[in-house]
Design a protein around this ligand. Structure first.
Ligand code: AMP
Length: 192
């Protein structure tokens, strides 16, 4: 589902195509950040544009209206998108944080980065069994972060209803590793 796609599945409107152009033009490619060879997708110009930010939040939320009990947002850029998505959907918000940040009892999910490993954590009492959860982040690259979030959600018996992001970096196999899940990306795939 792209921006402007109607909830009834009737397809993108003219407004939708304009919205895609607006949002796409506000994602800045920063070469060699945070290290040589990486093209960093910088969403801060989009966040700073009132219409674009509101449009992005609406597009992330729309497919999941009425279908979700909790939004699981991934630190840090996932918080910036996930919190307003939770507000738009009328759900709670569950922070998925980097290691050592959450104060109470946590579950941990280690995952691979391009170089090395990271750990995502969630409070063990953040979700009840059978709660319907939407995972939100800004970018899906290899999908490793999203898979760690799924393990945390499912590890306490809750259900992943969907995974949503603004952008996906095609060719890194992120989708393949999320097979069987409802993955929704707002903007068209970029090659790098
Ligand atoms: P991955 O686990 O490989 O899917 O990477 C996704 C996570 O890393 C997300 O939290 C993104 O914010 C971040 N990320 C990975 N690659 C990029 C990139 N090229 N530009 C911006 N963020 C990225």
């Amino acid at each position: 589902v792209h921006v402007g796609d109607r909830a009834d599945g009737a397809g993108a409107s003219a407004t939708g195509a304009e919205a895609i152009r607006l949002l796409t033009g506000l994602v800045r490619n920063v070469a060699d950040h945070p290290q040589p060879g990486i093209v960093f997708k910088d969403i801060t110009p989009l966040l700073g544009h009132p219409d674009a930010y509101a449009t992005a939040i609406a597009a992330l939320a729309a497919p999941f209206q009425g279908r979700v009990d909790q939004v699981a947002a991934i630190e840090a850029r996932g918080f910036i998108l996930g919190a307003p998505v939770a507000y738009a959907l009328g759900t709670g918000l569950v922070p998925m944080r980097k290691v050592g940040k959450l104060p109470a009892a946590t579950a941990s999910a280690p995952y691979a980065l391009e170089y090395g490993e990271a750990v995502l954590e969630m409070h063990v009492d953040a979700l009840r069994p059978e709660e319907r959860v939407l995972v939100v982040d800004d970018v899906i690259a290899t999908g490793g972060t999203a898979r760690a979030a799924i393990r945390l959600v499912e590890g306490v018996g809750a259900r992943v209803v969907g995974i949503t992001a603004l952008l996906e970096i095609a060719g890194l196999g992120g989708r393949a590793g999320l097979d069987g899940y409802d993955v929704r990306v707002v903007l068209p795939p970029t090659p790098d």
